[in-house]
Design a protein around this ligand. Structure first.
Ligand code: ADP
Ligand code: MG
Length: 276
């Protein structure tokens, strides 16, 4: 579990606070989405989760370890791995399998175990066939899958995806989302998914909305996406399917519903359309 308590943070030389009064508990095994407009503090918060940044005041505790304690930094980074937005910035070697093994190698994992971890991690992201490939030859989506494999090879308890789908085409996006969901559901890894896409946030157990360095809303996707007006004031959208649902309901064409996704809408609408 990660516990964030009254965290304040400003970057050097900046008068504006990047984080202000941020408190949040991230529960073991949950799939948490963090949304918010550009500059709302999402990446700053992500970097607090594995001691890449330390609070000016307040505390971040990762499985009982205070991130401000430098002796615990390595242990914290073994437990919490982050995948960032730009796949090209995360590639460090010229062969995929070396890249995936880079993390465990730095942590002093024995060679035989590195080989096994790399194999398993590539399998988990569906990239086994590319083990010997050159990363720069891969598509953006494939590179992000390699970056995720690199984090998985560290065997983290928490996977943080900081807009990891933002630079991908729809196929690459879907592959990364599917992997994040199966990591969470099948391996029980806690996933923190930072995203600008509301149709990705609906997949989460819980959504946190950031605005101006603060947590503005927190709740289930059902709860959050009923508050369309407030979201729009923070320059955020509601998911397309929620917009459609609300318009059809307002027009009397569909009963009140909790549908958030294409599948959910299809389930609601098919019986109605069959009656026509
Ligand atoms: P988000 O990820 O939601 O776009 P960030 O956490 O990157 O937001 O940024 C929060 C605030 O901190 C913004 O006002 C941004 O301009 C500022 N900021 C981010 N990174 C830096 C940095 N390296 N130096 C100075 N200011 C920064
Ligand atoms: Mg960011």
């Amino acid at each position: 579990m990660i516990s964030i308590n009254e965290v304040e943070y400003s970057y050097d030389g900046s008068e504006q606070k990047a984080l202000s009064g941020v408190s949040l508990e991230i529960r073991d095994g949950e799939f948490l989405a963090i949304v918010g407009h550009n500059g709302s503090g999402k990446s700053t918060l992500a970097k607090m989760l594995n001691a890449l940044l330390l609070p000016d005041s307040g505390t971040v505790t990762v499985f009982g370890m205070d991130t401000a304690d430098e002796e615990l930094t390595l242990e914290i980074r073994k437990r919490v791995g982050i995948v960032f937005q730009n796949p090209d910035n995360q590639i460090v070697t010229t062969v995929v399998e070396e890249d995936v093994g880079f993390g465990p190698e730095n942590l002093g994992v024995p060679t035989a175990e590195i080989i096994e971890r790399v194999h398993n991690a590539l399998e988990a992201v569906g990239m086994t066939d590319y083990a010997k490939s050159a990363p720069h030859m891969l598509s953006g989506g494939q590179k992000q899958r390699i970056a995720i494999a690199g984090v998985l090879a560290i065997r983290p308890d928490v996977l943080v995806l900081d807009e990891a789908t933002a630079m991908l085409d729809p196929i690459g996006r879907k592959a990364v989302l599917d992997i994040a969901q199966s990591m969470n559901k099948q391996l029980g890894i806690t996933v923190v998914m930072i995203t600008q896409y509301m149709d990705e946030a609906v997949l989460a157990d819980r959504v946190v909305v950031m605005n101006g360095g603060r947590i503005a809303m927190e709740g289930t996707p059902q709860e959050i996406f009923r508050r369309g007006e407030e979201l729009r004031e923070m320059r955020l959208d509601v998911p397309v399917m929620v917009e459609l649902r609300d318009k059809l309901t307002a027009a009397g064409l569909m009963p009140e519903s909790n549908a958030l996704t294409v599948d959910g809408m299809a389930e609601e609408l098919c019986p109605l359309l069959l009656k026509i």
